[in-house]
Write a protein that binds this ligand. Structure first.
Ligand SMILES: C[S@@+](CC[C@H](N)C(=O)[O-])C[C@H]1O[C@@H](n2cnc3c(N)ncnc32)[C@H](O)[C@@H]1O
Length: 245
């Protein structure tokens, strides 16, 4: 059984799986992922200006089983950074704690633009909890708990995160060669950030359209990395200037 599961994880490495992440993670062995960076639906019935919505953004039925599986597949003494919707903070915290995660930090991703205005506030940040399984040791240099979230234009996905804003987090909490999982990967921003920093990735996405966008994007990222590793390309870091990935 363990061998079948290991093969399953190997097959998923550097791919975007299409499906329900609960089912996909159930096929993966325990303790097989080095870092989870994920951005699940915020449970806020999101709709952008053009009418695009997200699957599973109205019901929280998936939340507890998904966090339970995330905990199981993560290696012991490792971390998960999980974005969440502030209006449903209790639900997310309950699900993480029930799964076994321990909150060890909270990050704010500051935007230079407003995504929504209410009578009280202009919304200019996203937020994420840093959650531990066991007692992780620090891998890279600690990052500031306030980071800049660059604007992407949301061309591939209505809530597309900027690759360049995710890279510092991946560098801080994983090592080159590690496997980074995003179980709600949307257009694959985490996966692109992982690959560009020399990590392996596993992406899971339920929606067929976003799954296709993510898979095609990862082909472009791989081509870009291959071009940069070719002898004709000047030597240096794979990630240099901010670029659309
Ligand atoms: C907030 S978006 C992620 C956006 C992503 N960070 C990006 O930069 O493109 C959440 C994604 O989770 C997907 N999703 C919702 N329920 C899911 C499930 N059970 N399994 C896998 N993906 C799911 C949605 O289709 C949506 O694309």
């Amino acid at each position: 059984m363990q061998t079948i599961q290991n093969n399953q994880t190997n097959q998923l490495i550097n791919t975007i799986a299409q499906g329900d992440c609960i089912e996909v993670m159930r096929q993966m062995p325990a303790n097989s992922i080095d870092f989870i960076l994920t951005d699940p639906p915020y449970l806020v019935n999101f709709r952008d200006r053009t009418g695009r919505t997200l699957q599973n953004d109205t019901s929280s039925d998936w939340l507890r089983p998904a966090m339970k599986e995330a905990y199981r597949v993560l290696r012991n003494n490792r971390l998960m950074l999980c974005f969440y919707g502030w209006p449903r903070a209790e639900k997310f915290l309950e699900a993480w704690r029930e799964a076994g995660f321990r909150p060890v930090g909270h990050m704010v991703f500051r935007k230079s633009y407003t995504t929504k205005s209410t009578e009280f506030l202009r919304y200019q940040h996203e937020q994420a909890y840093l959650l531990a399984k066991g007692r992780p040791a620090m891998i890279g240099q600690p990052v500031a708990d306030v980071q800049r979230l660059l604007y992407t234009g949301n061309r591939l996905h209505p809530t597309q995160k900027a690759v360049m804003s995710l890279i510092p987090v991946i560098r801080a909490y994983s090592l080159p060669g590690d496997v980074v999982l995003d179980a709600f990967c949307g257009s694959g921003s985490t996966c692109a950030a992982a690959l560009l920093t020399g990590r392996k990735y596993i992406g899971i996405e339920l929606d067929a359209e976003y799954h296709r966008a993510a898979s095609e994007r990862m082909e472009r990222v791989e081509e870009r990395i291959a071009r940069r590793s070719s002898p004709s390309f000047p030597t240096g870091c794979i990630v240099s200037a901010p670029q659309r990935a």
